[in-house]
Design a protein around this ligand. Structure first.
Ligand SMILES: NC(=O)c1ccc[n+]([C@@H]2O[C@H](COP(=O)([O-])OP(=O)(O)OC[C@H]3O[C@@H](n4cnc5c(N)ncnc54)[C@H](OP(=O)(O)O)[C@@H]3O)[C@@H](O)[C@H]2O)c1
Length: 234
């Protein structure tokens, strides 16, 4: 999306929440950090004379997406979300659905298992209440301080990931349960495909509810929308 916007010569700012230590360089002006809630976001839109907002966040970045809908409504700026369809279980999958990370952690009772906890850094602590398991964690950045899990292995890596690599990762660590958010798209799907190939159970965290907003899956469709915006909330 950023590349298309840059190639079209449109003045644009790419805004990051600041969750990772090092950002990939982008072809657009970058800014990092929150706005101080909805009012701050709306002020930013007005004072920078922003005329379009594209929410291209992860489907679990619910606060950002909620704030964007409300701030755009207040500032009268058309909004579109670039989204990806959720993954759907197929033949060979063994999924248990839960509706939140907290709910996923609550199901982690019983005998020790070997768990690939592929949920990012922010919510790992929810699983501290189930310390009997071995946890394999894949994180973008090295944690600032040691994690309080008695039996864990951290792998530092940034997607997109491949099927072969994830197959090898699950095998190497003897994983028998994958805990995953239903991110959708291709960049993070390989662990789900690898789990299917190995007959491994998946605890699938379903997506948070988001307010009604215009969504598009296709970058080119959003480029057309930039020229002629339509918006549910304005
Ligand atoms: N959540 C995930 O599972 C996940 C996975 C992979 C990648 N990510 C990415 O990581 C980033 C943060 O996700 P998150 O789940 O931590 O977010 P979040 O909980 O939804 O929101 C965190 C804070 O980000 C600030 N924010 C809102 N709009 C922003 C904007 N346009 N630019 C910068 N900051 C903004 C807000 O702070 P103020 O209230 O101060 O404005 C908000 O409270 C997103 O880019 C997301 O796509 C998230």
């Amino acid at each position: 999306m950023a590349r298309k916007v840059a190639d079209a010569g449109l003045p644009a700012v790419m805004s990051f929440a600041g969750r990772v230590d090092s950002l990939k360089p982008q072809p657009l002006t970058m800014r990092v950090g929150g706005f101080g809630g909805v009012a701050g976001f709306a002020d930013y839109l007005r004072s920078n004379a922003v005329t379009r907002v594209i929410d291209a966040t992860h489907p679990f970045a619910a606060q950002i997406s909620r704030n964007a809908v409300e701030a755009c409504r207040l500032a009268g700026v058309p909004l579109v979300a670039l989204t990806r369809a959720p993954w759907i279980a197929q033949a060979g999958d063994s999924w248990t659905h839960v509706d939140s990370i907290e709910q996923a952690a609550k199901t982690m009772v019983g005998e020790p298992r070997r768990v690939f906890l592929a949920i990012g850094r922010m919510h790992l602590s929810a699983f501290l209440g189930a310390p009997q398991h071995f946890y394999l964690m894949r994180l973008v950045d090295e944690p600032a301080k040691p994690l309080a899990f008695p039996n864990a292995k951290i792998v530092i890596a940034r997607g997109p990931f491949t099927f072969d690599d994830d197959l090898a990762l699950l095998r190497t660590h003897g994983v028998d349960l994958v805990v995953s958010k239903n991110s959708g798209g291709d960049g993070a799907r390989s662990k789900i495909d690898a789990a299917r190939a190995l007959g491994i159970d998946v605890l699938m965290i379903d997506r948070p509810e988001l307010p009604d907003r215009q969504e598009m899956h296709d970058v080119n469709a959003i480029m057309a929308w930039i020229a002629h915006p339509t918006d549910l909330g304005v």
